[in-house]
Design a protein around this ligand. Sequence first.
Ligand code: ZN
Length: 458
Amino acid sequence: MSRLSVHKAIWLKNPQATFTGNDQNAAGGVVVAGSEIVELVAAGQTPETRYGEEVDLSGCVLIPGLINTHHHFYQTLTRCLPTALNKELFPWLKSLYQVWQHITPEMLTTASQLAVLELMLSGATTVGDHHYVFSRQLQQAIDAQVEGLSQLGARIQLTRGSMSLSEKDGGLPPDSVVQSEDEILADCERVIQRYHQKGASARLQVALAPCSPFSVSAQLMRETAALAAQHNVLMHTHLAETEDENQFCLQTYGARPVDYLEQCGWLNERTWLAHGIHFTPAEISRLGKAGVGIAHCPSSNMLLASGICPTLELQAAGCRVGLAVDGSASNDCSNMIQEARQSLLQQRLRYGATRITAETVLSWATQGGADIYRRPELGQIAPGKQADLAIFKLDELRFSGAADAIAALVTCGAHRVDKLMVAGQWLIEHGKHRFIDEHKLMATHHRKAKILWGKAGL
Ligand code: ZN
Protein backbone atom coordinates (compact mmCIF):
# COMPACT_ATOMS: atom_id res chain seq x y z
CA MET A 1 0.00 0.00 0.00
CA SER A 2 1.35 3.46 -0.83
CA ARG A 3 1.98 6.08 1.87
CA LEU A 4 -0.64 8.23 0.17
CA SER A 5 -3.40 5.64 0.60
CA VAL A 6 -2.47 5.06 4.25
CA HIS A 7 -2.57 8.79 4.85
CA LYS A 8 -6.01 8.93 3.29
CA ALA A 9 -7.33 5.91 5.22
CA ILE A 10 -10.79 6.32 6.77
CA TRP A 11 -11.96 4.66 9.97
CA LEU A 12 -15.69 3.90 9.80
CA LYS A 13 -16.02 3.88 13.53
CA ASN A 14 -18.14 1.93 16.02
CA PRO A 15 -21.31 0.99 14.09
CA GLN A 16 -24.24 -0.18 16.19
CA ALA A 17 -23.99 -3.50 14.31
CA THR A 18 -22.05 -4.94 11.39
CA PHE A 19 -22.93 -7.81 9.08
CA THR A 20 -19.57 -8.90 7.66
CA GLY A 21 -20.87 -11.94 5.78
CA ASN A 22 -18.18 -14.13 7.42
CA ASP A 23 -17.05 -15.11 10.92
CA GLN A 24 -14.85 -12.05 11.39
CA ASN A 25 -15.84 -9.41 13.91
CA ALA A 26 -15.90 -5.72 13.09
CA ALA A 27 -17.71 -4.33 16.14
CA GLY A 28 -15.27 -1.39 16.26
CA GLY A 29 -15.75 -0.71 12.56
CA VAL A 30 -13.52 -0.98 9.50
CA VAL A 31 -10.64 0.94 7.98
CA VAL A 32 -10.76 1.73 4.26
CA ALA A 33 -7.70 2.82 2.29
CA GLY A 34 -7.90 3.54 -1.40
CA SER A 35 -10.47 1.19 -2.89
CA GLU A 36 -10.04 -1.58 -0.29
CA ILE A 37 -10.95 -2.58 3.23
CA VAL A 38 -7.63 -2.87 5.05
CA GLU A 39 -8.57 -3.60 8.67
CA LEU A 40 -11.46 -4.77 10.83
CA VAL A 41 -11.45 -3.20 14.28
CA ALA A 42 -12.49 -5.13 17.41
CA ALA A 43 -14.96 -3.66 19.92
CA GLY A 44 -13.44 -0.91 22.05
CA GLN A 45 -10.19 -0.88 20.05
CA THR A 46 -8.63 1.72 17.76
CA PRO A 47 -7.19 0.83 14.34
CA GLU A 48 -3.59 -0.29 13.91
CA THR A 49 -3.58 1.37 10.49
CA ARG A 50 -2.73 5.06 10.52
CA TYR A 51 -5.85 6.88 9.36
CA GLY A 52 -6.53 10.47 8.34
CA GLU A 53 -10.28 10.64 8.85
CA GLU A 54 -12.95 9.02 10.97
CA VAL A 55 -16.67 8.72 10.38
CA ASP A 56 -18.85 7.99 13.40
CA LEU A 57 -21.33 5.18 12.68
CA SER A 58 -23.09 5.04 16.04
CA GLY A 59 -26.78 4.29 15.50
CA CYS A 60 -25.96 2.74 12.10
CA VAL A 61 -25.80 -0.76 10.60
CA LEU A 62 -22.85 -1.47 8.32
CA ILE A 63 -23.15 -4.18 5.65
CA PRO A 64 -21.36 -5.10 2.41
CA GLY A 65 -22.90 -3.29 -0.57
CA LEU A 66 -25.85 -5.30 -1.87
CA ILE A 67 -25.55 -7.05 -5.24
CA ASN A 68 -28.55 -7.26 -7.54
CA THR A 69 -28.35 -10.20 -9.93
CA HIS A 70 -31.30 -9.63 -12.27
CA HIS A 71 -33.22 -6.62 -13.54
CA HIS A 72 -34.65 -4.99 -16.65
CA PHE A 73 -33.91 -1.31 -16.18
CA TYR A 74 -36.12 -0.25 -19.12
CA GLN A 75 -39.17 -1.60 -17.31
CA THR A 76 -39.11 1.32 -14.87
CA LEU A 77 -40.97 3.11 -17.70
CA THR A 78 -43.88 0.66 -17.51
CA ARG A 79 -44.58 0.17 -13.82
CA CYS A 80 -48.17 -0.61 -12.93
CA LEU A 81 -49.54 -0.17 -16.46
CA PRO A 82 -53.24 -1.07 -16.36
CA THR A 83 -52.84 -3.18 -19.53
CA ALA A 84 -50.43 -5.51 -17.71
CA LEU A 85 -51.87 -5.52 -14.20
CA ASN A 86 -53.16 -8.72 -12.62
CA LYS A 87 -51.77 -11.11 -15.24
CA GLU A 88 -49.49 -14.13 -15.17
CA LEU A 89 -46.20 -14.28 -17.05
CA PHE A 90 -47.09 -15.07 -20.67
CA PRO A 91 -50.14 -12.77 -21.05
CA TRP A 92 -48.23 -10.13 -19.02
CA LEU A 93 -45.29 -10.32 -21.47
CA LYS A 94 -47.50 -10.22 -24.55
CA SER A 95 -49.29 -7.08 -23.41
CA LEU A 96 -46.03 -5.30 -22.52
CA TYR A 97 -44.13 -6.13 -25.74
CA GLN A 98 -46.66 -3.88 -27.49
CA VAL A 99 -45.40 -0.99 -25.35
CA TRP A 100 -41.69 -1.85 -25.11
CA GLN A 101 -41.30 -1.91 -28.91
CA HIS A 102 -41.58 1.91 -28.83
CA ILE A 103 -38.71 2.56 -26.38
CA THR A 104 -36.08 4.97 -27.75
CA PRO A 105 -32.36 5.14 -26.83
CA GLU A 106 -33.00 8.34 -24.81
CA MET A 107 -35.78 6.63 -22.85
CA LEU A 108 -33.51 3.67 -22.13
CA THR A 109 -30.66 5.90 -20.94
CA THR A 110 -32.95 7.68 -18.48
CA ALA A 111 -34.66 4.47 -17.36
CA SER A 112 -31.28 2.87 -16.65
CA GLN A 113 -30.13 5.87 -14.63
CA LEU A 114 -33.30 5.90 -12.57
CA ALA A 115 -33.21 2.15 -11.90
CA VAL A 116 -29.57 2.25 -10.80
CA LEU A 117 -30.14 5.27 -8.56
CA GLU A 118 -33.13 3.52 -7.00
CA LEU A 119 -31.02 0.41 -6.38
CA MET A 120 -28.12 2.39 -4.93
CA LEU A 121 -30.38 4.27 -2.54
CA SER A 122 -31.57 0.88 -1.30
CA GLY A 123 -28.02 -0.31 -0.56
CA ALA A 124 -26.84 -1.80 -3.86
CA THR A 125 -23.27 -1.20 -5.00
CA THR A 126 -23.26 -3.77 -7.85
CA VAL A 127 -26.25 -3.98 -10.16
CA GLY A 128 -27.03 -6.27 -13.06
CA ASP A 129 -29.34 -5.67 -15.97
CA HIS A 130 -30.81 -7.98 -18.60
CA HIS A 131 -31.68 -5.99 -21.70
CA TYR A 132 -33.26 -7.98 -24.52
CA VAL A 133 -35.45 -5.49 -26.42
CA PHE A 134 -33.61 -4.50 -29.60
CA SER A 135 -36.26 -2.89 -31.79
CA ARG A 136 -35.28 -0.99 -34.96
CA GLN A 137 -34.54 2.26 -33.12
CA LEU A 138 -32.81 0.43 -30.26
CA GLN A 139 -30.12 -1.54 -32.11
CA GLN A 140 -27.42 0.00 -29.90
CA ALA A 141 -29.25 -0.41 -26.62
CA ILE A 142 -26.18 -1.38 -24.60
CA ASP A 143 -24.41 1.81 -25.71
CA ALA A 144 -27.45 3.84 -24.64
CA GLN A 145 -27.28 2.23 -21.20
CA VAL A 146 -23.56 2.75 -20.75
CA GLU A 147 -23.90 6.40 -21.74
CA GLY A 148 -26.00 7.27 -18.73
CA LEU A 149 -24.50 5.05 -16.07
CA SER A 150 -20.90 6.13 -15.52
CA GLN A 151 -21.88 9.17 -13.46
CA LEU A 152 -23.83 6.97 -11.01
CA GLY A 153 -20.64 5.20 -9.88
CA ALA A 154 -22.08 1.73 -9.13
CA ARG A 155 -20.52 -1.43 -10.51
CA ILE A 156 -22.64 -2.48 -13.47
CA GLN A 157 -23.08 -5.97 -14.91
CA LEU A 158 -24.86 -5.40 -18.21
CA THR A 159 -26.04 -8.36 -20.24
CA ARG A 160 -26.50 -8.24 -23.99
CA GLY A 161 -29.88 -9.95 -24.31
CA SER A 162 -31.43 -11.34 -27.45
CA MET A 163 -34.67 -12.52 -29.04
CA SER A 164 -34.71 -14.18 -32.46
CA LEU A 165 -38.04 -16.03 -32.48
CA SER A 166 -41.12 -13.88 -32.97
CA GLU A 167 -44.77 -14.91 -32.97
CA LYS A 168 -44.54 -16.12 -36.56
CA ASP A 169 -41.78 -18.59 -35.49
CA GLY A 170 -43.73 -19.82 -32.50
CA GLY A 171 -42.17 -17.34 -30.01
CA LEU A 172 -43.94 -14.77 -27.82
CA PRO A 173 -42.62 -11.34 -28.95
CA PRO A 174 -43.78 -9.41 -32.02
CA ASP A 175 -41.51 -9.15 -35.12
CA SER A 176 -40.61 -5.57 -34.23
CA VAL A 177 -38.41 -6.52 -31.23
CA VAL A 178 -36.48 -9.52 -32.61
CA GLN A 179 -33.20 -9.53 -34.56
CA SER A 180 -31.47 -11.97 -36.88
CA GLU A 181 -28.96 -14.31 -35.26
CA ASP A 182 -26.09 -12.80 -37.24
CA GLU A 183 -26.98 -9.31 -36.00
CA ILE A 184 -27.20 -10.56 -32.42
CA LEU A 185 -23.86 -12.39 -32.42
CA ALA A 186 -22.02 -9.51 -34.12
CA ASP A 187 -23.33 -7.02 -31.56
CA CYS A 188 -22.55 -9.38 -28.64
CA GLU A 189 -18.93 -9.50 -29.77
CA ARG A 190 -18.82 -5.74 -30.31
CA VAL A 191 -20.12 -4.82 -26.85
CA ILE A 192 -17.84 -7.30 -25.08
CA GLN A 193 -14.81 -5.85 -26.83
CA ARG A 194 -15.91 -2.29 -26.24
CA TYR A 195 -17.14 -2.37 -22.67
CA HIS A 196 -16.17 -5.51 -20.72
CA GLN A 197 -13.60 -4.76 -18.01
CA LYS A 198 -11.59 -7.36 -16.12
CA GLY A 199 -10.09 -7.58 -12.63
CA ALA A 200 -11.05 -6.53 -9.10
CA SER A 201 -11.49 -2.87 -9.97
CA ALA A 202 -13.93 -3.52 -12.86
CA ARG A 203 -16.89 -1.11 -12.82
CA LEU A 204 -18.52 -2.36 -16.03
CA GLN A 205 -18.82 -5.92 -17.21
CA VAL A 206 -20.81 -7.53 -20.00
CA ALA A 207 -22.43 -10.96 -20.12
CA LEU A 208 -24.46 -12.65 -22.89
CA ALA A 209 -28.13 -13.29 -22.23
CA PRO A 210 -30.72 -14.74 -24.63
CA CYS A 211 -34.05 -13.67 -23.14
CA SER A 212 -35.29 -17.20 -22.54
CA PRO A 213 -35.41 -20.62 -24.19
CA PHE A 214 -38.73 -19.64 -25.83
CA SER A 215 -37.42 -16.52 -27.55
CA VAL A 216 -34.26 -17.73 -29.35
CA SER A 217 -33.30 -20.81 -31.40
CA ALA A 218 -31.20 -23.72 -30.12
CA GLN A 219 -28.48 -22.67 -32.55
CA LEU A 220 -28.31 -19.18 -31.04
CA MET A 221 -28.14 -20.67 -27.53
CA ARG A 222 -25.19 -22.84 -28.63
CA GLU A 223 -23.39 -20.05 -30.47
CA THR A 224 -23.88 -17.71 -27.51
CA ALA A 225 -22.26 -20.30 -25.22
CA ALA A 226 -19.32 -20.63 -27.62
CA LEU A 227 -18.87 -16.86 -27.84
CA ALA A 228 -19.02 -16.48 -24.05
CA ALA A 229 -16.35 -19.18 -23.64
CA GLN A 230 -14.18 -17.55 -26.28
CA HIS A 231 -14.24 -14.19 -24.47
CA ASN A 232 -14.46 -15.62 -20.95
CA VAL A 233 -17.68 -13.78 -20.07
CA LEU A 234 -20.74 -15.02 -18.17
CA MET A 235 -24.08 -16.24 -19.57
CA HIS A 236 -27.54 -15.49 -18.29
CA THR A 237 -31.16 -16.27 -19.16
CA HIS A 238 -34.60 -16.71 -17.61
CA LEU A 239 -35.39 -20.31 -16.75
CA ALA A 240 -38.08 -22.38 -15.06
CA GLU A 241 -40.07 -19.33 -13.99
CA THR A 242 -43.45 -20.94 -14.60
CA GLU A 243 -45.04 -24.31 -15.34
CA ASP A 244 -46.26 -22.80 -18.65
CA GLU A 245 -42.62 -22.55 -19.68
CA ASN A 246 -41.98 -26.23 -18.91
CA GLN A 247 -44.98 -27.18 -21.08
CA PHE A 248 -43.82 -24.82 -23.85
CA CYS A 249 -40.33 -26.38 -23.88
CA LEU A 250 -41.73 -29.93 -23.92
CA GLN A 251 -44.03 -29.12 -26.84
CA THR A 252 -41.48 -27.10 -28.82
CA TYR A 253 -38.22 -28.92 -28.15
CA GLY A 254 -39.39 -32.24 -26.74
CA ALA A 255 -37.34 -31.50 -23.62
CA ARG A 256 -37.79 -29.86 -20.23
CA PRO A 257 -35.87 -26.56 -19.78
CA VAL A 258 -32.90 -28.09 -17.90
CA ASP A 259 -32.46 -30.85 -20.52
CA TYR A 260 -32.69 -28.25 -23.25
CA LEU A 261 -30.13 -26.06 -21.49
CA GLU A 262 -27.76 -29.00 -21.30
CA GLN A 263 -28.24 -29.80 -24.99
CA CYS A 264 -27.27 -26.20 -25.77
CA GLY A 265 -24.04 -26.31 -23.72
CA TRP A 266 -25.30 -24.09 -20.91
CA LEU A 267 -24.97 -26.34 -17.84
CA ASN A 268 -21.75 -24.94 -16.43
CA GLU A 269 -20.30 -22.41 -13.98
CA ARG A 270 -20.43 -19.60 -16.51
CA THR A 271 -24.25 -19.62 -16.33
CA TRP A 272 -26.68 -17.98 -13.95
CA LEU A 273 -30.45 -18.26 -14.32
CA ALA A 274 -33.18 -15.84 -13.33
CA HIS A 275 -35.96 -17.39 -11.17
CA GLY A 276 -35.18 -21.13 -11.21
CA ILE A 277 -38.43 -22.29 -9.59
CA HIS A 278 -39.98 -25.29 -11.34
CA PHE A 279 -37.31 -27.99 -11.14
CA THR A 280 -37.54 -31.68 -10.22
CA PRO A 281 -35.16 -32.94 -7.47
CA ALA A 282 -33.05 -34.66 -10.16
CA GLU A 283 -32.79 -31.39 -12.10
CA ILE A 284 -31.72 -29.52 -8.96
CA SER A 285 -29.00 -32.08 -8.43
CA ARG A 286 -27.73 -31.65 -12.00
CA LEU A 287 -27.79 -27.86 -11.75
CA GLY A 288 -25.85 -28.05 -8.49
CA LYS A 289 -23.22 -30.43 -9.88
CA ALA A 290 -22.75 -28.05 -12.81
CA GLY A 291 -22.32 -25.08 -10.40
CA VAL A 292 -25.03 -23.01 -12.09
CA GLY A 293 -26.09 -19.75 -10.37
CA ILE A 294 -29.69 -18.79 -9.54
CA ALA A 295 -31.02 -15.24 -9.24
CA HIS A 296 -33.84 -15.60 -6.69
CA CYS A 297 -36.54 -12.97 -7.38
CA PRO A 298 -39.17 -13.28 -4.62
CA SER A 299 -41.26 -10.15 -5.26
CA SER A 300 -41.59 -10.80 -8.97
CA ASN A 301 -42.41 -14.46 -8.36
CA MET A 302 -45.14 -13.49 -5.91
CA LEU A 303 -46.53 -10.66 -8.04
CA LEU A 304 -46.84 -12.84 -11.17
CA ALA A 305 -47.88 -15.83 -9.02
CA SER A 306 -45.05 -17.86 -10.57
CA GLY A 307 -44.03 -19.91 -7.53
CA ILE A 308 -41.37 -20.13 -4.78
CA CYS A 309 -37.69 -20.71 -5.58
CA PRO A 310 -36.30 -23.85 -3.83
CA THR A 311 -33.27 -21.86 -2.61
CA LEU A 312 -32.05 -24.22 0.11
CA GLU A 313 -32.26 -27.33 -2.07
CA LEU A 314 -30.44 -25.51 -4.87
CA GLN A 315 -27.75 -24.30 -2.48
CA ALA A 316 -27.35 -27.74 -0.88
CA ALA A 317 -26.93 -29.24 -4.36
CA GLY A 318 -24.07 -26.82 -5.13
CA CYS A 319 -25.80 -23.91 -6.88
CA ARG A 320 -24.78 -20.33 -6.15
CA VAL A 321 -27.87 -18.38 -5.00
CA GLY A 322 -28.12 -14.59 -5.27
CA LEU A 323 -30.98 -12.15 -4.75
CA ALA A 324 -32.63 -9.95 -7.38
CA VAL A 325 -35.46 -7.46 -7.71
CA ASP A 326 -36.24 -8.46 -11.35
CA GLY A 327 -37.68 -5.89 -13.73
CA SER A 328 -39.65 -2.96 -12.45
CA ALA A 329 -42.75 -4.05 -14.30
CA SER A 330 -42.97 -7.25 -12.27
CA ASN A 331 -41.93 -5.97 -8.85
CA ASP A 332 -42.73 -2.86 -9.27
CA CYS A 333 -39.86 -1.34 -7.35
CA SER A 334 -36.09 -1.77 -7.42
CA ASN A 335 -35.31 -1.84 -3.72
CA MET A 336 -32.70 -4.41 -2.71
CA ILE A 337 -32.99 -4.17 1.06
CA GLN A 338 -36.76 -4.53 0.79
CA GLU A 339 -36.20 -7.50 -1.52
CA ALA A 340 -34.21 -9.12 1.29
CA ARG A 341 -37.29 -8.71 3.50
CA GLN A 342 -39.52 -10.18 0.79
CA SER A 343 -37.17 -13.13 0.50
CA LEU A 344 -37.23 -13.77 4.23
CA LEU A 345 -41.03 -13.68 4.34
CA GLN A 346 -41.53 -15.79 1.22
CA GLN A 347 -38.87 -18.38 1.99
CA ARG A 348 -40.16 -18.89 5.53
CA LEU A 349 -43.42 -20.10 3.99
CA ARG A 350 -41.43 -22.88 2.35
CA TYR A 351 -38.77 -23.65 4.93
CA GLY A 352 -40.15 -22.47 8.29
CA ALA A 353 -39.04 -19.78 10.72
CA THR A 354 -35.80 -21.32 11.97
CA ARG A 355 -33.99 -22.04 8.69
CA ILE A 356 -34.38 -18.62 7.04
CA THR A 357 -32.90 -15.73 9.05
CA ALA A 358 -31.97 -12.12 8.35
CA GLU A 359 -28.39 -13.35 7.91
CA THR A 360 -29.51 -15.97 5.35
CA VAL A 361 -31.15 -13.41 3.08
CA LEU A 362 -28.42 -10.79 3.57
CA SER A 363 -25.89 -13.41 2.59
CA TRP A 364 -27.77 -14.12 -0.68
CA ALA A 365 -27.93 -10.37 -1.30
CA THR A 366 -24.15 -9.93 -0.83
CA GLN A 367 -21.86 -12.98 -1.02
CA GLY A 368 -24.37 -14.87 -3.18
CA GLY A 369 -24.35 -12.10 -5.78
CA ALA A 370 -20.55 -11.91 -5.72
CA ASP A 371 -20.40 -15.67 -6.35
CA ILE A 372 -22.81 -15.37 -9.26
CA TYR A 373 -20.80 -12.57 -10.85
CA ARG A 374 -17.50 -14.39 -10.15
CA ARG A 375 -16.28 -11.40 -8.14
CA PRO A 376 -14.45 -12.83 -5.08
CA GLU A 377 -13.34 -9.31 -4.13
CA LEU A 378 -16.96 -8.27 -3.49
CA GLY A 379 -19.76 -9.29 -1.14
CA GLN A 380 -18.04 -9.42 2.27
CA ILE A 381 -16.44 -7.13 4.81
CA ALA A 382 -12.89 -8.42 5.24
CA PRO A 383 -9.35 -7.12 4.71
CA GLY A 384 -8.43 -7.19 1.02
CA LYS A 385 -12.04 -6.98 -0.19
CA GLN A 386 -13.19 -3.99 -2.21
CA ALA A 387 -14.60 -1.17 -0.04
CA ASP A 388 -18.19 -1.45 -1.33
CA LEU A 389 -20.28 -0.66 1.73
CA ALA A 390 -23.85 0.26 2.63
CA ILE A 391 -24.73 2.09 5.85
CA PHE A 392 -28.28 2.31 7.17
CA LYS A 393 -29.26 4.65 10.00
CA LEU A 394 -31.80 3.21 12.41
CA ASP A 395 -33.38 6.54 13.29
CA GLU A 396 -36.88 6.09 11.88
CA LEU A 397 -40.11 5.20 13.68
CA ARG A 398 -40.00 1.72 12.16
CA PHE A 399 -36.81 0.87 14.08
CA SER A 400 -37.68 2.39 17.44
CA GLY A 401 -37.51 -0.24 20.20
CA ALA A 402 -35.66 -2.82 18.09
CA ALA A 403 -33.02 -4.79 20.01
CA ASP A 404 -31.25 -6.82 17.29
CA ALA A 405 -30.09 -4.29 14.73
CA ILE A 406 -29.37 -6.80 11.92
CA ALA A 407 -32.79 -8.43 12.28
CA ALA A 408 -34.32 -4.94 12.47
CA LEU A 409 -32.70 -3.92 9.20
CA VAL A 410 -34.54 -6.70 7.40
CA THR A 411 -37.79 -7.22 9.30
CA CYS A 412 -38.59 -3.63 10.36
CA GLY A 413 -38.33 -2.73 6.69
CA ALA A 414 -35.25 -0.56 6.00
CA HIS A 415 -35.65 1.03 2.60
CA ARG A 416 -33.00 3.71 2.14
CA VAL A 417 -29.31 3.99 2.98
CA ASP A 418 -27.74 6.90 4.79
CA LYS A 419 -24.38 6.36 3.10
CA LEU A 420 -23.06 4.23 0.25
CA MET A 421 -19.43 3.66 -0.74
CA VAL A 422 -18.09 2.00 -3.90
CA ALA A 423 -14.36 1.24 -4.18
CA GLY A 424 -13.65 3.54 -1.25
CA GLN A 425 -15.56 6.50 -2.70
CA TRP A 426 -18.65 7.96 -1.05
CA LEU A 427 -21.47 8.11 -3.60
CA ILE A 428 -24.42 8.60 -1.25
CA GLU A 429 -24.29 10.78 1.86
CA HIS A 430 -27.21 11.75 4.10
CA GLY A 431 -29.47 9.65 1.86
CA LYS A 432 -28.68 11.65 -1.30
CA HIS A 433 -26.51 10.78 -4.30
CA ARG A 434 -23.63 13.21 -4.47
CA PHE A 435 -23.69 13.67 -8.25
CA ILE A 436 -27.30 13.06 -9.33
CA ASP A 437 -30.29 15.31 -8.76
CA GLU A 438 -32.92 12.72 -7.86
CA HIS A 439 -35.95 14.96 -8.41
CA LYS A 440 -34.76 16.25 -11.76
CA LEU A 441 -34.08 12.69 -12.95
CA MET A 442 -37.49 11.56 -11.73
CA ALA A 443 -39.27 14.39 -13.59
CA THR A 444 -37.44 13.57 -16.85
CA HIS A 445 -38.11 9.85 -16.42
CA HIS A 446 -41.82 10.29 -15.77
CA ARG A 447 -42.14 12.60 -18.79
CA LYS A 448 -40.46 10.01 -21.02
CA ALA A 449 -42.62 7.22 -19.58
CA LYS A 450 -45.77 9.16 -20.50
CA ILE A 451 -44.46 9.68 -24.05
CA LEU A 452 -43.86 5.92 -24.30
CA TRP A 453 -47.37 5.04 -23.14
CA GLY A 454 -48.72 7.58 -25.68
CA LYS A 455 -46.78 5.93 -28.50
CA ALA A 456 -48.37 2.62 -27.55
CA GLY A 457 -51.81 4.23 -27.67
CA LEU A 458 -52.35 3.98 -23.91
ZN1 ZN B 1 -36.57 -10.96 -15.64
